[in-house]
Design a protein around this ligand. Sequence first.
Ligand code: 1HN
Length: 384
Amino acid sequence: MTETDPSGDALKEFDAAIRTDHMVGQWTFEPILEAATGGPTPRGTGHVWPWKTARARLAEASKTLGPAGVGRCNLTFLNPGITQGPPGSTHTIAAGVQIMRAHEVCWSHRHTMSALRFVIEGNAEAFTVVDGEPLTMDRFDLLLTPRFSWHDHHNPTDEEVVWLDVLDLGLTLGLNQAFYEPFGEASQPQHPSAAESQGLRAASLRPVWERPRQERLPIRYPWADVVKTLAAYGDTVGDPYDGLALRYANPVTGGPTLPTMDCWVQQLAPGFEGLSHRRTSSSVGFVVSGHGRVEVGDDTWEIGPGDTFAIPNYAWHRLSNPDDAAAEPLRIFSVHDIPALTAFGLFYEEPVRAVAAHSAPAVPGIPHKPYYRNDAMLAQGETR
Ligand code: 1HN
C-alpha cells in the first residue's frame, strides 16, 4: 500500500483533516468519474400516467379543495425513480394536470420557471392571460407562459377546463434560480386592444415601425393550425426515430419554443416502428389521439388518448404505432429540455445524429444552384 492509495490510512486521515477546512481532494471524485464512463445514468425511470387515473384524481382534488377560487387545482406527475432533488416527471421537467372549475379565476402570479399549457378539455370562452395578453384555451391549443410573465387563468363558463401543465421546474430549481411574485390581485390588467398584442407582432404581418420582441412571447398555437400543417405533410414518414415530428417554433426567431423547452407534435402512421435511440435530453409526452407503444429500457407500455409518459435523460427508447388495419395515426404532444442542453453544448444523441440533420427539400426539377445577381456577390474563387 502506497501513501497515495485512496484506502491508505495516511490519505484517509488527510481527507478528514481537510474536511474541517471545507476542502476535498480530486481523488475522491474518481468514483463519480468512473460511474460516468459511457455517459450519464438516466435520472429516474420511464413511466406512464394513465389518463383514467389522472382524470379521476383531478376530479377528487377538485372536490377536496372545495369551491372555486382556492388556488391552482394542479396535480404534478412525479417520476417514481426520482427520490432526491426537485420534484418532477423528469429531473428537469414537471408535467401535471390542472382543472379550472366553472367560473374560476386562478390568481395572477409570475415565476422564473417557464410554463406551457396544452389544453385537454377546453372551449373558446376560457382563457389565460399572459403579460396582459388573453389567450383562448380551446381543445389541444398550446399556450406559452415564458419565464417571469404574469399569468392568471379564467373560466367564465359552466364547463370544467382541463390542461396538461408543463414547467422547467427541476432545471430552474436545480440551478437555484427561482424567483416568485404574486400580482396581488386575482387578475392582471389586459391590453385595451388586440393591437397591443405580442402575438400579432410575431405573426407574418408585422409593423414596420417596431423591432419585434424576440423572446418571452405570450404565444398561442391553435390546434386547428397544427391539424392543417400535419395534413399538408400528408403521408410523409419523417424521421426514422421520431416519425413526422414538427417543432413549435418561436415565430420570430424560428428557434426553440422556449429557451429551456422545445415542444413537438408527432404523428406516427399505423405501422410506424420508431428506431431505438437515446439523447442526453429528457422529455414528457402526451397522447393527443390514437394508440401506440412506448418502450424505455426494458419496459413497455401501451398508450392511448390522454396518457402522459416520461422518458428520462439518456435512456434508450422507441415509439411505435403497431400495425392494425383499423388504426389511426398516433399523435403525441411532447416537451424536451433540448434547448437548455444545447445552450451548454451538452446535447448529444446516440446513434450519433442531430435534430435538424437533414437539408430542406430542393425545388422540383431545378438542380440547386446559388443565385447571384452580379459578380460582386460571388464568393472568392466562385464562377457564375
Ligand atoms: C403554476 O404557476 C401553475 O400557473 C400550475 O397554473 C402549476 C406548479 C408548480 C409551480 C407553479 C399555473 C404549477 C405552477
